[in-house]
Design a protein around this ligand. Structure first.
Ligand code: NDP
Length: 333
């Protein structure tokens, strides 16, 4: 068999599940892209809370060792045999699948890669693909936010939360958000959150009732999970939607169907990948996000950057609620 040229690259590798310290910076060998694949030299990696779930085993990880990360931007360095429409030097971004974005060089299916507009830089794109498409799907497809709705966003200063507040505001909704401290409340307010609630010192359910004159909200976007889902249900108006899309504080307990009956509530637990499964859905979602970045509806907050080799620190800070907006890792040269 012909020998395949190997590109030396460094990547973060997980050999055993655990805390941030299991993220190791190692040399790996990257081969040539196969059919339908491209290879990219990574320029910016988006950090997402889901990376923590895989590192800890909250979501079943692939076989060990693995390279974590679901999102990156890079420059194409090789194109698989027979692939058309891609060339060396193209700038592309991807989010969702496959795992393995915490790497200097990586191979991915061409079908998941999308071009980024020239007005959006690599760090911004790596901050807004996974988080931005999530915001799009949550606000436009899972529950369609309309002018006049009232929405509650937990972790309103977070990566996804910041985008949800801005976008929901632009859609004409009244936006209520929960955050842990004053600085995050100020950021959420700048992002169009009309009523930031500091949950560490205020009673969220009581404040939501007060703000909505006892009516409750039409939809709750809940990424916090265990600590918040009960209050989320209490904050809903009759026929309201609980959109549970993450578990930053741990998995929520099971909810008996009968708990929904008292207000005819809806409950859904969406995953981005099911809403961007086709190339058309992916391009539509990414297109909506980039259009809203270009027209100023979405300000991308790249609040934290770290060298890729220091991914462990990024994880510790994200888990420790020390971050706001998006986190980007820049591959060490
Ligand atoms: P965030 O920037 O939102 O970071 C998490 C934030 O959650 C923290 O800053 C903190 O904000 C808040 N939080 C509350 N309780 C805890 C806790 N116990 N531990 C840690 N943080 C806590 O992260 P992302 O924007 O990357 O992701 C947000 C959520 O969206 C995640 O749960 C993620 O899994 C989910 N998600 C789901 C997707 C899907 O397809 N279903 C796709 C993308 C993201 P504060 O200090 O204000 O409390």
């Amino acid at each position: 068999a012909a020998s395949v040229a190997m590109v030396k690259s460094k990547a973060i590798r997980v050999h055993e599940l655990g805390g941030p310290e299991v993220l190791r910076w190692e040399e790996v060998e990257v081969g040539e892209p196969g059919e339908g694949e491209i290879r990219i030299r990574t320029t910016a990696v988006g950090v997402n809370f889901i990376d923590i779930y895989f590192r800890k085993g909250v979501y079943a990880a692939p076989t060990l060792p693995f390279t974590p990360g679901m999102e990156a931007v890079g420059v194409v360095t090789a194109v698989g045999p027979g692939l058309t429409g891609r060339k060396v030097g193209d700038v592309v971004a991807y989010a969702g699948n496959p795992m393995g974005s915490y790497a200097q060089e990586q191979i991915l299916p061409a079908a998941v890669a999308v071009p980024i507009p020239p007005s959006v830089d690599h760090k911004q794109a790596a901050s807004v693909m996974l988080k931005g498409m999530t915001a799009h799907v949550l606000l436009r497809r899972v529950f369609k936010v309309e002018n006049g709705h009232t929405v509650l966003v937990h972790a309103a200063a977070g990566g996804v939360g910041s985008l949800l507040c801005q976008w929901a505001n632009a859609l004409g909704a009244t936006v209520i958000g929960t955050v842990s401290n004053q600085d995050k409340a100020a950021q959420a307010a700048q992002d169009g959150c009309h009523h930031p609630i500091i949950y560490t010192s205020e009673d969220v359910v009581a404040r939501v009732k007060e703000i909505t004159s006892g009516k409750g909200v039409n939809v709750v976007y809940d990424s916090v999970g265990k600590d918040t889902y009960k209050a989320s249900l209490e904050c809903l108006a009759p026929c309201g939607f609980l959109v549970s899309f993450g578990q930053s504080s741990g998995k929520p307990d099971p909810i008996p169907m009968s708990d929904l009956a008292s207000k005819s509530l809806f409950l859904t637990r969406p995953s981005l990948m099911h809403y961007t499964a086709t190339r058309d859905e992916l391009l539509e979602s990414a297109g909506e996000v980039f259009a809203n970045v270009a027209n100023g509806v979405l300000r991308v907050r790249v609040n934290h950057t770290y060298p890729l080799s220091e991914a462990a620190q990024a994880h510790a800070d994200l888990e420790g609620r020390k971050t706001s907006g998006s986190i980007v890792l820049i591959p060490d040269t």
